[in-house]
Structures are given as C-alpha cells and as structure tokens.
Ligand binder design. Structure first.
Ligand SMILES: N[C@@H](CS(=O)O)C(=O)O
Ligand SMILES: [Fe+2]
Length: 220
C-alpha cells in the first residue's frame, strides 16, 4: 500500500476517541454529568419536532457513563440481550438500556424509519452494517461496514443509512448500551443474511422502569 492510500484509509477510519469532555450543545445545555442530566437534557432537545442528529450525538457523547447510575436498571439473560425501558421521552423518543451477555447479538434489522442512537455504557460492541437487500433476488446480504465501539462512543443509524446487526463478541465480558429511538417503535423487520428474506418482528421489553414486563402472563 502506498503512503497516499494508507493516509486515505486513516482519514476514512471511524472516530474512536470518546468525546465525553467539556462540550456544549447547540441549545447551550451543559455537558451531562449524570444519567439524570442526560435524560433531562434529551427532553429539552426533543421538545423541538426536528431531530438534529449532530446535536443529539454530541450531547449523548458529553456524558461519561457511570456504572452506579445504570446498574440497578440492568438485567441480563443467559440466552439473549435484554431491552430495559428507562424513559418514554414524552412520546417523542424512548431510552432503552440494552444488556448483552457474552456472545449475544441482534439479528440483522431495520429501525422502522426512526432515528437510532446507541451510546456505549460498558464493554464493547461490534456493529455490522448491511445495505438493503434486493426485493426480487435471493442472495447473500452485502456488508458495508464493521465497527467496534468502546465505552462512551455514540453510534447512529437510520433506514436510509442501511440495516445493521450488533454483537458482543467478547467471551468474557458483558456489554451495556443505551439506545435512543425517535420516534419510538414497536415493530421492525429482521433479515436473513443468506437470502435477504425479511420478517416482521414485535419489539418487546424485559423491564420497564425497573419492573419486569409480562406478555400474555409470561414474564421475560
Ligand atoms: N435495535 C436493536 C438493538 S441493536 O442491535 O441496535 C433493538 O432495539 O433491540
Ligand atoms: Fe438496531
């Protein structure tokens, strides 16, 4: 590889430094020092109907996650990642703490035309992005990007960027991420990597505000 192309690769590499340092968002919000600050500030930001992706990302990055602030809301399952609703954002967004055991991952999915912000709270997660598959031909799905995120990074995706799957590739460490969806959604589509075939899925919660959720009398 020539030095020019190496430089080009370096320039294109994802930003990997966490940004939870002194910073101001456009609404002159102070950096979020606590999880409560983060939630309250998000209510202020989302009072507007227009979502400014950079502003939300920047504000979520301003928070350095502290385990003692989220651990009472975290629940883990042996088989799959859990989804724990922590705030309903006045109906404009929701905030969900996702708890990933070792080796857990999501299927390839879309986000129902919503914005999806993912802030790393603990551990590391790998995101694989895919382009939308052809509606007509069965063929393996196309990977467009693979990025590993460490604590305090904020990633963003929406359906126009593409689809993704998220995995905790560690065999020894759990991972926790905080997801903001705007608007909130309760259905999405899941895709088969080999054929691009899609199915509709209900999106469920393991807990809401720290309480276990039961569906049809079955508790998660
Ligand atoms: N969007 C997924 C998590 S992730 O894999 O981005 C969910 O809300 O369950
Ligand atoms: Fe997702």
């Amino acid at each position: 590889m020539t030095s020019t192309s190496a430089e080009a690769v370096l320039t294109a590499a994802p930003r990997l430094e966490p940004a939870c340092k002194s910073t101001r968002s456009r609404k002159t919000l102070e950096p979020a020092r606590t999880l409560d600050d983060l939630i309250n500030g998000l209510h202020v930001i989302f009072a507007d109907d227009v979502v400014d992706v950079e502003e939300v990302t920047h504000f979520m990055e301003s928070y350095c996650a502290k385990k003692n602030e989220w651990e009472t809301l975290a629940t883990f399952d042996t088989h799959r990642y859990t989804r724990n609703l922590i705030d309903s954002g006045n109906g404009k967004f929701n905030l969900i703490l996702l708890c990933w055991g070792e080796g857990h991952g999501s299927s390839i999915h879309d986000h129902s035309d919503s914005h999806c912000f993912m802030k790393m709270m603990d551990g590391s997660l790998t995101e694989t992005k895919y382009s939308w598959p052809s509606e007509k031909k069965k063929r393996p799905m196309n990977v467009t990007d693979v990025t590993a995120y460490e604590k305090d990074h904020v990633a963003y995706i929406n359906d126009s960027i593409g689809l993704h799957r998220v995995e905790n590739r560690s065999h020894t460490n759990k991972a926790v991420s905080l997801h903001l969806y705007s608007p909130p959604f309760n259905m999405c589509q899941s895709f088969d990597e080999r054929s691009g075939h899609k199915v509709k899925c209900n999106v469920t919660f393991h807990t809401k505000y720290g309480e276990k959720v039961c569906y049809k009398n079955k508790c998660k």
